[in-house]
Design a protein around this ligand. Structure first.
Ligand code: APR
Length: 243
């Protein structure tokens, strides 16, 4: 199967990769919808929506403080490194990621489109001041919800919460990449969340092929020319080896 995937990637250039939380679980970061995922422990309606954040920023910041702690100690894994290697060898054009952990960039990927934002900074809901992660982590030592250093209002992590629009430039670029892709390789995503889950159909509508590497079914498996039920790290490492 991996050799079939390598042939598809080679024959159907350019290859664009779409990743989800499943590529980072091997770095110790839980995903969202696995039985052991985040939303099994935390109710997304209480911790994952912009309404919940505005209602009780301290409660949502407690959740994010835990995530920041976990993400700050995570390292890129074999899956991230394989994608960076494939990009450097001209076989992957870009990575569109739903992840906010920054691990693709730390692995060496250069063309990374973060469609759900990142934990790299937080911004003030009132004045728009942007504060880097290290300053937010420092502020969290003194206050459960870090205040804006400029106007004192509450800061919000620069990650997309349910009920928020995605960064227009990022999702616009992601759709453009999906439409131009000869093959869209989906790795480690349940493809449950729109508008990102609509990207495979964009590729197919524009004449491209879709491949899915994921543990567990997705609603778009029927669009996949190749579907591999296996770990992201092992599969992408094998793909890089045979390509
Ligand atoms: N290898 C392959 N697949 C894996 C691995 C792994 N090592 N670990 C987990 N998976 C699979 C899971 O079985 C699941 O099908 O990856 C998928 C991850 O799906 P989700 O947890 O739904 O994550 P994701 O698709 O990225 O969620 C999209 O939802 O909550 C929002 O904003 C959040 O960006 C996130 C979005």
């Amino acid at each position: 199967m991996v050799s079939d995937l390598a042939a598809l990637v080679r024959e159907r250039q350019p290859c664009v990769v779409l990743t989800g939380a499943g590529i980072s679980t091997e770095s110790g970061i839980p995903d969202f919808r696995s039985p052991s995922g985040i939303w099994a422990e935390y109710d997304p309606m209480e911790y994952g929506t912009i309404a919940a954040f505005r209602r009780d920023p301290v409660k949502v910041w407690e959740f994010y403080a835990l995530r920041f702690q976990m993400l700050s100690t995570a390292e890129p894994n074999a899956g991230h490194l394989a994608l960076a290697d494939l990009e450097h060898r001209g076989l992957v054009e870009a990575v569109v990621t739903q992840n906010v952990d920054g691990l693709h960039q730390r692995a060496g990927s250069r063309a990374v489109v973060e469609v759900h934002g990142s934990i790299r900074s937080a911004s003030c809901l009132e004045c728009g001041e942007r504060v880097p992660l290290e300053d937010v982590v420092a502020a969290l030592q003194d206050a459960p919800a870090p205040p804006c250093p400029h106007c004192g209002a509450v800061l919000k992590p620069d990650v997309v919460m349910f009920g928020e629009l995605l960064p227009a430039a990022a999702i616009g670029r992601a759709v453009e990449l999906a439409r131009q892709a000869g093959v869209l390789l989906v790795v480690g995503s349940s493809l449950e969340v729109q508008p990102v889950a609509g990207l495979p159909a964009e590729t197919v509508a524009a004449g491209g092929a879709v491949a899915i590497v994921n543990r567990g079914a997705t609603p778009f498996d029927h669009l996949a020319a190749i579907r591999i039920e296996a770990g992201a790290g092992e599969t992408l490492s094998a793909l890089a080896r045979v390509s």
